[in-house]
Design a protein around this ligand. Structure first.
Ligand code: F6R
Length: 614
């Protein structure tokens, strides 16, 4: 979703802004823009589409812009107003002197716009953001101080925002502020950076100040001042960012998604090296502050998440209920936040989020925290807002995920649930020694098994070629792999735009079977274990309706060749950890189908990596 970058110092602002925006491209966006202070005048360039379009627009003017040492930039993911050049940020006040870039949504923009229009402000875009530029200009005309004008303007705003603002009459100054959207100020040597995401600035500095809600940073090239909107001075708390300079390189792979799928075995190895050394050792989860007393009073666990993270949570439910005998409810965060939830101090609430910034999940965990629940966050971003507000934290350590479609972070989230379940079972004393020993052994074997799937990926690519012309798919599974069916279907939908649906196989006959005929491939996730025979029967039912049958299985049963037209075989695996094996061919299938169809695999249309609006 949208990305902000700001710079003030002695370096070339244009290069730093464009580079910062390129490092946030992975978040998904549809237009881009920059505003630079050039010889005491603000120059704005913006363009719809990818960053290359903006670069091309700037090229003829570059020589005069290179001397600029301050500016702000933005990539936009449209919410209010189409993804056009006019709606791209930065937005300007009527006088053109105030420029604003914004992440988030100004919910009361319609009322503010009406009021500002009555005062003579001329609006050029359909965005909610433009009101901020006009409001700041209006306040600045009264108070003649940019920081104060921003404080007064933001007091009028409802909704969420991270803002970076400049005024042509206020030299050597960038003002930044936020509410319910992340924003940090990078501290360099005689220079400062503003960013909504670490990759934008990490190659310039590892020191940064995370702004809190309603704080306003006034940034000059040699000074950073922070206060809150009530004028209380805040001493900047400079942190060292927990990131190495981020190499956003595809390392020879055609797409980041393919590279990230291939990283999965090593990610599992790293997680295990850190938290589970051998099948006889205990799991150690340093950031989890759950003790025996708390577990004694715990009556339920609720897990809130969205999209792929929600699918990881469904597997988490199976495994925690199996190992720990505690009831676990799963809910999409966007539903959880708009109903009465029976959460209290005896509920453990787990928020799962790759980005740690997803607005719905953040709101859900904040609501539960207010009711006294212990909040455990499972995230790939230990520097995120969710992680910073958590009582307990499991960083999944998948490394930065560039492809919008989540793959490696999903596997790392699922791994985290296994380790959490074993950890809780250890604490609670519900450990079934033989089961946990088997489970630990299976977890340790996973990387090798995934590597074996990856080494045969051409077979999946062949199957993908055959099926890339179909318009609809059904994925069926039962038990712990129901989430695998949902996730496999989601991957296909996201990157190939094919209508794919995941069903519990037993539900097929309750309605969806009506859709089946020779135009509908049915992909059965047929992992050996308690529900294998049941799924086999459900697959027979689908075959009897002429559906095109594909199996994903760890069974070597040759009879499957009669039932299924194509079979993706994976190494044999314990049923409880089978989701980690089963998802890999489905990630590859979705990848290759999208590839054959010539889709933008890493940045699918309409999607954003970090969804910071509700
Ligand atoms: C799918 C995908 C999304 C995210 C969802 C939640 O590939 O990436 O469905 O899983 O937007 O995002 P996080 O996990 O950052 O909260």
């Amino acid at each position: 979703m949208c990305g902000i970058v700001g710079y003030i110092g002695k370096g070339c602002a244009l290069d730093i802004l464009l580079n910062g925006l390129s490092k946030q491209e992975y978040r998904g966006y549809d237009s881009a823009g920059v505003a630079l202070m050039v010889n005491d005048k603000i120059e704005v360039f913006k363009e719809e589409g990818k960053l290359i379009n903006l670069r091309n627009k700037i090229k003829p003017h570059a020589s005069k812009l290179l001397s600029s040492h301050s500016g702000i930039g933005h990539i936009r993911w449209a919410t209010h107003g189409a993804p056009t050049t006019l709606n791209a940020h930065p937005h300007q006040s009527t006088c053109g002197k105030v420029v604003v870039v914004h992440n988030g949504i100004i919910e009361n923009f319609k009322e503010l716009k009406e009021e500002l229009e009555k005062c003579g402000c001329k609006f050029k875009s359909q965005t909610d953001t433009e009101v901020v530029a006009h409001l700041v200009a209006q306040e600045f005309a009264k108070v003649k101080n940019l920081t104060e004008a921003v404080c007064l303007a933001t007091k009028r705003l409802e909704g969420s925002y991270a803002l970076c603002i400049m005024h042509q009459d206020v030299k050597d100054t960038v003002v930044a502020t936020k509410r319910n959207a992340p924003l940090l100020v990078g501290v360099g040597d005689g220079e400062y950076f503003v960013a909504s995401d670490v990759p934008a600035i990490i190659e310039y500095t590892k020191k940064a100040v995370y702004l809190e809600d309603n704080q306003v940073a006034t940034i000059h090239s040699d000074f950073l001042g922070i206060m809150d909107v009530e004028h209380n001075i805040i001493t900047p708390h400079i942190e060292v960012l927990p990131w190495e300079s981020v190499s956003l390189s595809k390392m020879g792979y055609k797409h980041f998604m393919l590279k990230e799928i291939h990283e999965q075995p090593d990610i599992i190895r790293n997680i295990l090296a850190d938290k589970l050394h051998s099948s006889d050792s205990d799991v150690t989860l340093d950031g989890v502050n759950i003790d025996k007393v708390m577990l004694k009073h715990l009556n339920r666990i609720q897990v809130v998440a969205c999209g792929t993270s929600l699918h990881a949570a469904i597997i988490g439910k199976y495994i925690i209920e199996t190992l720990c005998d505690i009831a676990v409810d799963i809910e999409p965060s966007s539903e959880y936040i708009y109903r009465k939830t029976l959460t209290d101090k005896n509920t453990l609430v787990i928020g799962v989020s790759q980005s740690g910034e997803t607005a719905d999940t953040l709101t859900a965990v904040r609501q539960s925290k207010k009711r006294g629940s212990h909040i455990l966050i499972i995230t790939n971003r230990p520097d995120s807002t969710m992680a910073r507000e958590a009582d307990s934290l499991i960083p999944v350590n998948a490394g930065i995920e560039v492809s919008v479609a989540a793959t490696k972070s999903y596997i790392a989230q699922v791994m985290s649930f296994y380790l959490l379940a074993i950890h809780i079972a250890q604490l609670k004393g519900t450990v079934d020694e033989s089961l946990t020993a088997a489970l630990k052994h299976e977890l340790i074997m996973l990387p090798m098994k995934i590597e074996s799937i990856l080494s045969h990926k051409e077979q999946i690519a062949e199957i993908a070629k055959i099926y890339s012309g179909f318009k609809n798919f059904v994925f069926i599974a039962r038990g712990i792999n129901y989430a695998t069916a949902l996730e496999g279907a989601l991957k296909l939908k996201e990157i190939s735009y094919i209508n794919a649906t995941g069903y519990p196989a037993g539900e097929l006959k309750h309605g969806p079977i009506a859709m089946l005929d020779e135009t509908m491939p049915v992909l059965s996730i047929l992992m050996t274990g308690s529900v294998y025979d049941k799924i086999l029967s459900n697959s027979e039912e689908a075959k009897a309706r002429n559906a095109r049958m594909i199996a994903l299985t760890d069974s070597e049963d040759e009879k499957l060749d009669e039932l299924f037209e194509h079979i993706m075989r994976v190494p044999q695996v314990h049923e409880l950890v089978s989701p980690i094996i089963a998802i890999v061919p489905l990630q590859l299938l979705a990848y290759y189908i999208a590839e054959y169809l010539g889709k933008d695999v890493d940045q699918p249309r309409n999607l954003a990596k970090s969804v910071t609006v509700e």
